[in-house]
Design a protein around this ligand. Structure first.
Ligand SMILES: [Zn+2]
Length: 391
């Protein structure tokens, strides 16, 4: 046999080149919380969402704007993202709010969700790919509790199913005393029957005033931490790339959510990285209804562009707690105007690369914005686009 070579057409010895490859494609050398988090394949981001019983204040908004930015930065470097943000519409605080206002829990929840979605839209927060509701995941909670019982990681006492806290429970850097205080505030305590101080309920029996579902342990309702564990497992399976929430969710909520999923799945870690967004204070105290210092997103949006409020939240270290005051919002408006002016100039050739490099370096928005102001042109347009600050 004699090999033949076609007399025309491309030379088969020449490798193909694809110059139309996406110009934004580059390795995603993301650093998150000071440690590299290499991204390959889809980035799965689970954000702890709202309990729809009250209005959205600036502290809530900060968490959702930062998780939105994380997804946006990943997409800007050609990493597909799958985002999930739950709605905790089965919760004792929601039930209490309904009783207090003589409404049904559905009425309270649907109203607050509508108002929340409107705030998020005005802050240019993309809708999550998945928005699981606790109400629709009661079966998954029962299955998870049952799995933990069979693995002897849980036990039942008079209709309450308790999760055995692991000995190496992650206290998120808190001292024993601080952890106990946080546990008392957010531990989702059940009054009796637990074998060890750090055990938490998975399933609680309901009285006549509480919502109830049938279960192998009688009529009852899911506890809080397990709801997020079950919703995350339903959307993503045994693990996620980034678990996002406000700093006050680090312990106990995220610690238990992770411990429950890890115990049931046998896979660690549940979250490759956790992103706990710094608490927003006003008048020197954490924003809380009881303190009377809430700054509502809706009130700010009445007089200010959504993009300015968004930049106010983003133009800082995402970990650090900070104090809101009106002059900071005015400064954010000035910064936004300078960035938009810079975007209209011609700029440096490497502006886009430099802005993306700063954002990949622990979402350093202040550095990225300074680069954008300095280089102008494509760099500034990239920043406005990735931060979703376009008017
Ligand atoms: Zn959660």
């Amino acid at each position: 046999m004699v090999a033949t070579t076609p007399s025309s057409g491309p030379d088969p010895r020449t490798p193909a080149r694809y110059p139309w490859h996406p110009p934004g494609a580059r390795a995603a050398h993301l650093v998150l919380d000071r440690v590299p988090l290499p991204l390959a394949g889809a980035a799965r981001i689970y954000t702890c969402g709202i309990t729809p019983y009250d209005v959205t204040h600036l502290g809530h908004a900060a968490t959702f704007v930062w998780s939105d930015l994380l997804a946006s930065v990943a997409r800007a470097v050609e990493v597909p993202t799958v985002t999930s943000r739950n709605v905790t519409d089965v919760d004792d605080v929601l039930t209490a709010a309904a009783v207090r206002t003589h409404r049904t829990t559905d009425d309270v929840a649907v109203t607050q969700e509508f108002l929340f979605d409107r705030d998020m839209r005005d802050l240019a927060v993309a809708r999550p790919d998945a928005a699981p509701r606790a109400r629709a995941h009661v079966v998954q909670v029962v299955q998870l509790a049952d799995a933990l019982l069979r693995l002897d990681r849980a036990y039942e006492r008079a209709g309450t199913v308790f999760f055995r806290a692991p000995a190496d429970l992650d206290r998120a850097g808190l001292s024993e005393e601080e952890a106990l205080a946080a546990f008392d505030e957010f531990g989702d305590r059940a009054d009796d029957g637990r074998e060890a101080a750090w055990d938490v309920p998975l399933w609680k029996p309901s009285d006549d005033a509480q919502p109830a579902w049938p279960s192998p342990w009688g009529w009852g309702r899911p506890a809080w931490h397990v709801e997020c564990a079950a919703m995350a497992m339903t959307v993503f399976g045994a693990n996620v790339d980034v678990l996002v929430g406000g700093a006050d969710l680090a312990f106990p909520h995220h610690a238990y959510q992770a411990a429950m999923v890890e115990a049931a799945s046998g896979t660690t870690p549940f979250a490759r990285r956790r992103m706990h967004v710094g608490t927003v204070h006003a008048d020197g105290a954490k924003m809380a209804k009881s303190t009377g210092n809430l700054v509502l997103v809706r009130d700010l949006l009445a007089d200010h562009e959504g993009a300015a409020v968004r930049l106010l939240l983003l133009d800082r270290d995402w970990r650090a707690p900070w104090d809101y005051d009106a002059s900071a919002l005015a400064a954010a408006e000035d910064r936004l105007a300078r960035l938009r002016a810079a975007a209209g100039r011609s700029g440096a050739d490497d502006g886009r690369d430099r802005v993306l490099a700063a954002l990949l370096d622990d979402l350093d928005v202040p550095a990225a914005a300074s680069v954008a102001e300095e280089v102008g042109g494509e760099g500034a347009r990239t920043l406005l686009s990735v931060l979703r600050l376009s008017s």
